[in-house]
Design a protein. Structure first.
Length: 292
């Protein structure tokens, strides 16, 4: 399956090949999604891509084995994170670097989903090619079946084919028609599953794009409390600092968690009047941390 590599020079997020910037020595960096590894912002294990799925794994892998001595692993954007060459040369070290916040994560995920949709497009073409010509193949087999069937009742001297041979050929053509029907049905089911998954991916991309815009606007307006990165010390510091302000001010803000965006007004309403007692600010912090 074709994978188009992207220019990683200015690409921030997930696998980035920094070999050129490292004097030609192998350096593969990995910047995790904010929500990766159960919202810890840490690198997850690689998982193979399923073209029929509606979602990509957080750390997706397209593995190719070229021979007994050559293989490699790429992400869906074409970045090679592991390889073994026929001459025995191998590179597999990955340097984990700081994670992305949620806004950056959503942007990278949508870029990957663009590539995922291209992969699905190739699979659509493969499925269409599988059923192309089935009608002609069935028509030819039916014609041959009738030809051999017409010989079966005839006598030895008037039949064009030996009776046993004719029966065997009839069976062969029947199996051809049956297999064609089964293959057409299987390809139809795969096509339908692929179509549904592609629609689901587009829906996810749309939700991501809407949230990206909202996060950007909230950040610009000073209404965003971003604690989405969990791989740093004092990850909750922005929240703690904001809680020093009055409750009326805090209610108008939104908290960006690794996996979702939540309004402080919703948090306050959920916790009730106890949350508005100045000495109970830890109650708010503990509640939000439980959501992660």
């Amino acid at each position: 399956m074709k994978i188009n590599a992207i220019n990683t020079t200015n690409f921030k997020g997930l696998f980035t090949d920094k070999t050129a910037q490292n004097g030609g020595n192998w350096r593969m960096e990995y910047s995790p999604y904010s929500w990766e590894s159960n919202n810890t912002s840490k690198m997850a294990n690689k998982k193979k891509v399923d073209v029929y799925s509606s979602y990509l794994p957080d750390n997706e892998e397209i593995y190719t084995k070229f021979s007994e001595t050559a293989e490699n692993s790429k992400d869906i954007l074409g970045t090679e994170s592991y390889y073994k060459r026929s001459d025995g040369k191998m590179r597999r070290t990955i340097t984990e670097v700081p994670a992305m916040n949620r806004e950056e994560s959503l942007k990278v995920q949508n870029k990957k989903y663009d590539a995922f949709l291209e992969m699905k497009k190739e699979e659509f073409s493969r499925l269409r090619n599988n059923v192309t010509g089935i009608t002609d193949k069935v028509d030819n087999s039916v014609t041959d079946f009738r030809k051999y069937a017409a010989d079966v009742p005839l006598g030895f001297f008037t039949a064009a084919y030996d009776r046993r041979y004719a029966v065997n050929q009839m069976s062969k053509e029947f199996d051809t028609v049956l297999d064609s029907a089964k293959n057409a049905y299987t390809n139809f089911l795969d096509y339908d599953k692929l179509r549904i998954s592609a629609d689901n991916v587009r829906s996810v991309q749309k939700r991501n794009a809407e949230e990206i815009d909202k996060l950007a606007n909230l950040r610009k307006a000073g209404q965003l409390i971003d604690i989405s990165r969990r791989d740093i010390n004092d990850a909750d510091k922005p929240l703690i600092e904001n809680l020093k302000h009055g409750f009326n001010t805090i209610r108008s803000k939104f908290v960006c968690l690794p996996h979702r965006l939540i309004s402080m007004d919703e948090v306050m309403r959920t916790l009730g009047r106890a949350a508005e007692v100045p000495d109970n600010k830890q109650l708010i912090i503990d509640y939000i941390k439980r959501l992660i």
